[in-house]
Write a protein that binds this ligand. Structure first.
Ligand code: ADP
Ligand code: DP6
Ligand code: CO
Length: 342
């Protein structure tokens, strides 16, 4: 690559970024190409605002290998995944410098709250800037996707769609905004039912599902219709329609994964109890629906007017440890390195 790499004002290849997790309303589950991390299906999500990852990246010319701290600790498997992501950036910049990375999540990691989404969106955003790569949002989304599929969506804020894509090289399997957060400012109550890391991570869960679940082809075949329904509901701000399609996609994904061998059980008893509670609230006329990702936390999405009642109802469910409250937020962005303190 014929481009001069330029250090920042203090002579360093250094940047810090923040990204927020997103929760899928029409779920991504399954890959058609594991090496490029191309999804078996398109997906639609909302980016949150009060949960975040903050990541500081410093490339050090001449350094061999990366030094990684995630939430103040260093774990071999997590570091390997971060190095693989940095390798994509190093390749783009044609350098082989090691990096010092410090990252922190303000919510439980690897527990079904999309830490891989905010984590790799923040890493790509900061790493690209540290290397002076001037990447468009779409290019960052493609790189983030290769590190964790859901991270493609956290480059953007609000309502976001990640396209299945058609090209063999995956450059069109990219996320793009559908609607700004401010245009339909729904709120989300997150019921935390366990802070432990899940036993089967999302990547492994998808692999097992595709290999063994008899419902895999039905899942893939029905996704396009769900995407159309959800997209239309979002563009029309039709809460009831979005509620129905989101709960449907969530339960369909979990049914698919439960039918793997051995079956994947991402819920605990409290997760199930929260689903019943949300359904009961909706039957009483409250504008709220649930979704659950690969983990035991329940996300209740509601109109702003309903948030206090939803939070109170979820807090009341036995086994709920905590209820977080968040709005919809922005995409990945630059922050001051002082804000990271990992
Ligand atoms: P989640 O439901 O939290 O997304 P996943 O199984 O998809 O769970 O991914 C969790 C993994 O994502 C972690 O084990 C770690 O490898 C990676 N990860 C989480 N947070 C970060 C971060 N801030 N920076 C880089 N990688 C991260
Ligand atoms: C259930 O993006 O974490 O949250 O691409 O293997 O890193 P990898 O998986 P990941 O999977 C997220 C799955 C989900 C649904 C979704 O976010 O669409
Ligand atoms: Co994830």
């Amino acid at each position: 690559m014929n481009r001069e790499l330029r250090a920042d004002a203090s002579g360093e290849f250094h940047a810090a970024s923040q990204a927020q997790p997103n929760i899928a309303l029409v779920k991504y589950w399954g890959k058609r190409d594991a090496a490029l991390n191309l999804p078996a299906v398109g997906s639609i999500s909302i980016t949150l605002d009060s949960l975040w990852t903050r990541t500081d990246v410093r490339f050090v010319p001449g350094q061999k290998g990366d030094r990684v701290s995630l939430n103040g600790r260093s774990d071999e498997a997590e570091s390997r995944r971060i190095t693989a992501c940095l390798d994509l950036l190093r390749q783009r910049a044609a350098v082989d410098w090691g990096a010092d990375v410090a990252s922190r999540n303000n919510f439980p990691t690897a527990a079904g709250l999309a830490s891989s989404a905010s984590g790799f969106a923040a890493l790509v955003h900061a790493g690209a800037r540290a290397l002076g790569l001037q990447l468009s949002d779409a290019e960052q989304s493609v790189l983030a996707r290769r590190c964790s599929g859901s991270a493609a969506r956290s480059i953007f804020g609000g309502y976001v769609e990640w396209a299945h894509g058609r090209l063999a090289d995956g450059t069109d399997s990219v996320a793009q905004p559908l609607l700004a957060a401010e245009s339909w400012p729904l709120r989300v109550a997150v019921a935390i039912t366990s802070k432990a890391a899940k036993q089967v991570g999302s990547s492994e869960g998808m692999r097992r599902t595709a290999q063994t679940s008899p419902y895999q082809s039905a899942w893939v075949d029905t996704q396009e219709a769900d995407l159309t329904t959800a997209r239309n509901a979002i563009l029309a701000r039709d809460f009831e329609a979005l509620a129905l399609i989101s709960e449907y996609s969530c339960l369909k994904m979990h049914a698919l994964a439960m039918a793997a061998q051995p079956g994947l059980l991402y819920w605990n008893g409290a997760t199930m109890e929260c689903m019943h509670r949300v359904r009961a609230l909706r039957q009483q006329g409250l504008p709220v629906f649930f979704t659950v990702d690969a983990g035991p936390q329940l996300k209740a999405v509601c109109e702003p007017s309903a948030i206090e009642e939803v939070k109170a109802a979820l807090r009341d469910v036995p086994g709920v440890l905590d209820v977080l409250d968040t709005g919809l937020g922005a995409g990945a962005r630059a922050i001051s390195p002082d804000a990271v303190e990992a």
